[in-house]
Design a protein around this ligand. Structure first.
Ligand code: 5RP
Length: 221
């Protein structure tokens, strides 16, 4: 947790007065929200929009002014975690089930700052099962078509129930036995399947990657 905190605190320092900021989801993003809240308490003026109900709840509770994405013309930066980061800065996201809003918010941001600990750095994506958000309607067909792309797709469950995203969809966690060789191509092929809302591959989106360690944080170059 200390390494995640180091990355989160470094990223929170990049936020300047007057900025519109996207708040990510997950344990690392939560630490960034906390660090930002401390800066807001110290006088920093920002407007923020959240990528999940959980993050919105925390931001509200900790005093960060929230607005809906629709109220913002653009975002200056978004700070979010990731499940995997490869050497080309392609990401897997969605371990926390928020990938759709995360992708929408990140793509509306001038800068997308990714915060991770070193355990998230991989040479090839795919050891972490790729989350794919699917509509409940037709999900059995959709899962079959996901499987035809060479993965083992399983619906995510939580407390014995099918997991529902903030958008009311399911998540199919997709295991590719040999990892993901071509993330850009796979991202497009997945999203071409009817019933797929979006997937957790974030290709060409990260502007900066901050890696936390026990003793501090470094930025990838
Ligand atoms: C949520 C995400 C998270 O950013 C990702 O799962 C990393 O989480 P954590 O910071 O808890 O390791 O994509 O949908």
């Amino acid at each position: 947790m200390q390494a995640k905190r180091m990355a989160a605190e470094r990223a929170a320092q990049l936020v300047k007065d007057g900025m519109a900021v996207g708040l990510g989801t997950g344990s690392t993003a939560t630490l960034a929200i906390r660090a930002l809240a401390d800066r807001v308490a110290g006088g920093l003026r920002i407007r923020a929009t959240a990528t999940s109900e959980r993050s919105a709840q925390m931001a509200m509770q900790w005093g960060i002014p929230l607005v809906s994405l629709e109220e913002l013309e653009r975002l200056d930066l978004t700070i979010d975690g990731a499940d995997e980061v490869d050497p080309q800065w392609c990401l897997i996201k969605g371990g926390g089930g928020a990938l759709l809003r995360e992708k929408i918010v990140a793509s509306a941001s001038a800068q997308f700052i990714v915060i991770v600990d070193a355990s998230k750095l991989v040479t090839r994506l795919g050891a972490f099962p790729l989350p794919v958000e699917v509509t409940p309607f037709g999900h059995v067909q959709t899962l079959r078509r996901l499987g035809a792309l060479g993965c083992d797709a399983a619906l995510r469950e939580q407390e014995g129930q099918l997991y529902r995203t903030d958008n009311g969809h399911y998540i199919a966690d997709c295991r590719f036995a040999d990892g993901i060789a071509q993330p850009a191509e796979l991202e497009l092929r997945l999203n071409a399947i009817p019933g797929v809302v979006d997937n957790g591959l974030f290709v060409g989106m990260a502007s900066r990657i901050i890696v936390g360690h026990e003793e501090g944080a470094e930025e990838l170059v």
